[in-house]
Design a protein around this ligand. Structure first.
Ligand code: ISL
Ligand code: CA
Length: 544
């Protein structure tokens, strides 16, 4: 049976960079309310809100100090209630970011937990150091360095898989799970339509033994997609999610297809869908910051693997942790507009629930910063320090960070060509890309051949098209920069249409020849017929 969240397009908002309403340079909830019309006009039916909870912002809100309160930078709980109300009036549902692997070290639970006698001690993961005065084991954090921090107050270490201001909760403690259920109910009772669950496949640590030697994250084999993790997800679904009309999309780090199936096959009653990273890492090495050559053929095989492998996909090309897709797999100079549309064509002809990240719909590009000091992201600064320590030259470091930094997606939304890009009347918390005079919402709204207009067109086309939403996926062609795949009804999937579509995409600056027959239904360059000759970054969809 089809679910409402399979039909909708989800629009991700990174609140601090979306719309400032009071001139302090930080996007906020009233700002979001003022842009609901634009989100509706795009055709999105759900907003996923990156964290707006109370937080000291060591990791831009992914370090929560109170799950039932709003960061004053973003507004008040009254603003949040108002957003839920106004969004509902526009027919838009809101999904919250649920960050439960860790809290902020400024959360009341953690502060109490620093006292060995406190009932909260066991809410976190405390261990004695090794006899040699070293951390309890050799695990490394996702943000580099040891995953353990020594706390003088109780002379023990606590675990933090991310920043030291993000201590990991202890999921061996049933009380922690009950607390999380209460938090979920609090928001569901307010009317939110579900959760995007942050790093949700690493919450249960099954052992604290040393990790295997690796260049990536040391220790991960002891906590990624563990049986205990599955058990907790089933419990959250049974006791909370199943009581509401809502969905849960998991962000699952370093997940492979076999793990993913166990996490989101509908019969297992864990997650409804999940975000994997494979399709954005075909030109990345184990450590995401190190690039390698892009091959379109590789991308096609990754798409095929996940499109065919999962019952239901959550598909995205951008989020607040990833570079902008037009700068990544497209061309953000000469073929900017065309390649952005080509990538949009790919996204909206794949199966699954589609997620768009703010600014993607106008083809926003990576930042134009020229030095590290302009970056805010803690991960970028930490990776730079680490690379420096192991002797990687400054120029290479900057080149890699430039391409992969999370701040690429975090520069303010470019609404107009006015000063402050229509984002703020004040001093923005992070630099605005100087290309806002050329790339902005206002300019594209006025033009019916803009990237924005093309996104709207794709969303409408897909909405009335079961084959694209629910049909099977078949890779049919890969040569040089060109790939092609077919979407069609297959036995057992939810598609009821008999139509077949062939999607041909050129990921290169070179023109190419790829002969297929069919009726042209979509073109990113305004063609009216297709004769087998593809231009640079061209996308063609044929009905066959
Ligand atoms: O960006 C990444 C991988 O491409 C990782 O660095 C990222 O930290 C990881 O995917 C987990 O991300 C989530 O949890 C983090 C938070 O910093 C990210 O913003 C969030 O999306 C810790 O809560
Ligand atoms: Ca503000």
């Amino acid at each position: 049976m089809k679910k409402w969240w399979q039909e909708e397009v989800v629009y991700q908002i990174y609140p601090r960079s979306f719309q400032d309403s009071n001139g302090d340079g930080i996007g906020d909830i009233p700002g979001i309310i003022s842009r609901l019309d634009e989100i509706k006009a795009l055709g999105a039916g759900i907003i996923w809100l990156s964290p707006v909870y109370k937080s000291p912002d060591a990791d831009n809100g992914y370090d929560i100090s109170d799950y039932r309160d709003i960061n004053p930078k973003f507004g008040t709980m009254a603003d949040m209630d108002n957003l839920l109300k106004k969004a509902a009036e526009c027919g838009i549902k809101i999904v919250m970011d649920l960050v439960i692997n860790h809290t902020s070290d400024e959360h009341e639970w953690f502060q109490k937990s620093r006292d060995k006698e406190s009932p909260y001690r066991d809410y976190y993961i405390w261990r004695k150091g090794s006899p040699k005065g070293k951390p309890p084991n050799n695990w490394t954090a996702f943000f580099m360095g040891s995953a353990w921090e020594y706390d003088k107050k109780s002379s023990e270490y606590y675990l933090h898989l991310f920043h030291k201001k993000q201590p990991d909760l202890n999921y061996h403690n049933p009380k922690v799970i009950e607390e999380i259920k209460d938090i979920m109910r609090f928001w569901l009772d307010k009317g939110v339509a579900g959760f995007r669950c942050d790093v949700i496949n690493i919450i249960y640590k099954s052992s604290f033994a040393d990790g295997k030697p690796t260049l990536a994250i040391r220790g991960i084999e002891h906590y990624k997609s563990t049986e205990g993790n599955h058990r907790i997800l089933r419990e959250l679904r049974r006791d909370v999610l199943d009581k509401y009309d809502c969905f849960a999309v998991g962000e699952t780090v370093m997940v492979d297809l076999d793990e993913a199936k166990l996490l989101c096959d509908s019969g297992r009653k864990e997650l409804d869908m999940l975000f994997y990273f494979d399709h954005l890492e075909v030109d990345r090495r184990i450590a995401r910051y190190i690039p390698k050559k892009f091959h379109a053929r590789k991308l096609l095989s990754v798409l095929a693997k996940w499109q065919q492998g999962l019952e239901w996909n959550a598909f995205y090309l951008e989020n607040h942790d990833q570079p902008r897709i037009v700068s990544h797999y497209g061309d953000d100079s000469r073929y900017w507009e065309r390649s952005a549309k080509m990538l949009a064509t790919m996204q909206f002809t794949l199966g699954g629930t589609m997620f768009i990240y703010q600014g993607q719909e106008i083809g926003m590009t990576n930042f134009d910063f020229t030095e590290l000091s302009q970056l805010k992201d803690v991960e970028s600064h930490n990776i730079n320090a680490l690379m420096k320590r192991i002797g990687i030259p400054a120029k290479t470091r900057w080149h890699w960070i430039n391409q992969a930094s999370r701040d690429n997606a975090r520069t303010p939304m470019q609404w107009s060509s006015e000063a402050g890009a229509g984002f703020t009347s004040g001093n923005p918390w992070i630099g605005i890309n100087k290309n806002y005079k050329k790339i902005n919402y206002q300019e594209q709204k006025a033009r019916n051949d803009s990237i924005l207009a093309y996104y709207k067109q794709l969303i409408v086309f897909r909405a009335g098209n079961d084959t694209l939403k629910y049909g099977g996926f078949k890779p049919v062609y890969a040569k040089g920069g060109v790939i092609a795949y077919q979407r069609e009804k297959v036995e057992g999937n939810l598609s009821t249409d008999d139509e077949k579509y062939l999607v041909i995409l050129n990921f290169s600056k070179k023109a190419a020849r790829a002969v297929f027959n069919g009726t042209l239904v979509l073109s990113n360059i305004g063609r009216d017929k297709y004769d087998g000759e593809l231009e640079a970054y061209e996308a063609v969809v044929l009905r066959v």
